[in-house]
Design a protein around this ligand. Sequence first.
Ligand code: ADP
Ligand code: MG
Length: 242
Amino acid sequence: MSAIIQFHNVSKHFGSLKVIDEVDLEVHRGEVVVLVGPSGSGKSTLLRCINGLEMISGGDLIVDQLSVKGGNKVLREIRQEAGMVFQQFNLFPQMTALENVAFGQRQVRHVGRTEAKRHARELLEKVGLADKEAHYPHELSGGQQQRVAIARSLAIKPKVMLFDEPTSALDPELKQEVLNVMRTLADEHMTMVVVTHEMSFAKQVGTRLIFMEHGKIAVDGKPADVIDSPPNDRMRDFLRHV
Ligand code: ADP
Ligand code: MG
């Protein structure tokens, strides 16, 4: 099985602060890697390095056979292959749900207007929002907005989906509808890296769980195994508080 994401001895500094510390990591096609760890351990930065929102300081990072150090043109390609969903949904407020989902395809993939709309409708249906296409973000619940954001990321046909605490801003009753969409993607063998505190999702959907600490991978194992018997005290302590 070929690795679609490869970290080779990757470091990331912000000034003198080392946030990612010589990480080696391979993510294979179809894996659902759940990333957990204390606040400030480097989870978001790790994700942001994958799609070039942050540039690495050392080592090499290959995404779908492209190096993030390959320059702007390559970075644009990488961003098309790695869709990202954020805690704050970041939809375009002046666009309807349909326009939000259609927009990136036109910009990034140069898809025609009619085809972009057709595909956007298909994706809104997939995330259970076929009846909301004409709604603006402020007319949607948080859970609905996040599902539009997922549809928008999927619209550019990424090979990998990166999720940074996608349900952390949502009320408990709205989390599940977003997690269900993510579960569907996993069932369809989408490769995913997911930062989340939802341990039941990690157990049921994750194929692998990574616990980060001070910019390093401290634990890497099968979700059920490492959640039920954490291999170190820090992870046990962490799990007690999520
Ligand atoms: P996590 O997502 O695990 O909470 P982050 O990756 O967001 O951790 O942050 C890791 C560390 O890097 C934190 O100490 C944070 O303050 C710092 N950091 C993140 N982004 C920046 C930035 N753009 N400039 C300076 N420091 C940053
Ligand atoms: Mg974070």
